[in-house]
Design a binder for this molecule. Structure first.
Ligand code: PMP
Length: 355
């Protein structure tokens, strides 16, 4: 979806890296996160300042190969190292489908997946993954289990950007995760970053990445720095050259897609979509609603297996079951290329026989 914007930007984000550039493992030995390129750190902090979505300046920045690597780094860093039993990792249903898979993949002795945060059945320590706005349903969330003082929170804020959701406050949590994938669309660069309040936690996350991949590709970091810098610059521009402001351009595109999808779904009589309340956005200064990257679609009771039903109509979705809930829910992507999104609308319409 973001390709069209970056195409319009032409050569603004072209990065030239000579054969003799950036050979070392190290980027800045004085930084706690010694493989973090100073240019990327500057661009990350500058972007959060321009958008106002996170208090980055008094946090340590840890860069990762996507925020996926940082989720695992955070689980490692927040797990007690000397307990006989692994710590429980929870998230509220519907949760991002990768959380259970990545938590249990290597059968760690440090942490284990314990499912829905609402059903946590331990008085001991736990880690809660708080995804806001949430993948798959786009809902703004807070931690579920704030009781007992035993919980450690990881805020996955991959979608807390003004094209997806109103920016209601600068987030200021202990561990916050962001990613270029969702912010600018550069998923293939595999650049994510964590903003971490506590020095020891940031150090342990850095250690995890050191042992896992000895740092993060410098080519990717330099490209991401350039792209994030261009987005920050674009935030100064508004109004006449609308496409020039990255978040305005992307928000308008998503709003248009959501309008079209809602129209098709309304006509169907067999599907429904969540509604999002209007909220004041500090970034745009307007009352806006969320336009999530995914549509969380509910199918009528008469359809037993919604994924199968839609697949028969050549529409690929992910089942609610993968997100810890019922199969009458499916997740649709709202951020595909134009041609693909238009085909989705056409095929949904065809189901109702009104194409
Ligand atoms: N967190 C959430 C909530 C996501 O939706 C995704 C991507 N689907 C990620 C983390 C991982 O993103 P990446 O590894 O590309 O940064």
């Amino acid at each position: 979806m973001f390709e069209s914007y970056w195409r319009k930007m032409g050569d603004k984000c072209t990065v030239v890296i000579a054969g003799y550039d950036s050979l070392s493992y190290f980027a800045d030995t004085k930084n706690l996160c010694w493989f973090l390129e100073p240019k990327l750190e500057g661009a990350i902090k500058g972007l959060h300042r321009a958008v106002g979505n996170a208090a980055a300046d008094d946090h340590h920045v840890v860069v990762g190969t996507g925020s996926s690597q940082l989720i695992l780094a955070a689980l490692y860093a927040l797990s007690p190292q000397d307990e006989p039993e692994p710590i429980s990792v929870v998230s509220a249903v519907p949760y991002y489908s990768s959380y259970p898979e990545m938590t249990d993949f290597l059968r760690s002795g440090l942490y284990k997946w314990a499912g829905d945060a609402q059903n946590l059945d331990t008085d001991g320590p736990y880690i809660e993954l708080v995804t806001s706005p949430n993948n798959p349903d786009g809902v703004t969330r807070e931690a579920i289990v704030v009781n007992r003082g035993q919980g450690k929170l990881v805020h996955d804020l991959a979608y807390y950007w003004p094209h997806y959701t109103p920016i209601s406050h600068p987030a200021d949590y202990d561990v916050m995760l962001f990613t270029a994938s969702k912010c600018t669309g550069h998923a293939g660069s595999r650049i994510g970053w964590a903003l971490v309040r506590d020095k020891d936690v940031a150090r342990k996350m850095t250690k995890f990445i050191e042992l896992n991949t000895i740092g993060v590709s410098k080519e990717s970091q330099l490209r991401a720095a350039k792209v994030l810098g261009a987005v920050s610059d674009s935030c100064q521009r508004s109004g006449s050259l609308e496409f020039d402001n990255f978040f305005e351009y992307s928000k308008n595109l998503l709003a248009e897609r959501w309008d079209k999808l809602r129209d098709v779904v309304k006509r169907s009589g067999i599907f429904s979509l969540p509604e999002y309340p209007p909220q004041h956005c500090l970034f745009t200064g307007e009352l806006t609603v969320a336009h999530p990257a995914f549509a969380w679609m509910k199918c009528s009771e008469s359809i037993e297996d919604c994924v199968k039903f839609l697949r028969e109509h050549k529409i690929l979705t992910r089942s609610g079951k993968r997100f810890g809930t019922e199969q009458k829910y499916v997740r649709l992507s709202m951020v595909s290329r134009d041609e693909e999104f238009n085909l989705l609308l056409q095929r949904l319409l065809a189901i109702q026989g009104r194409d």
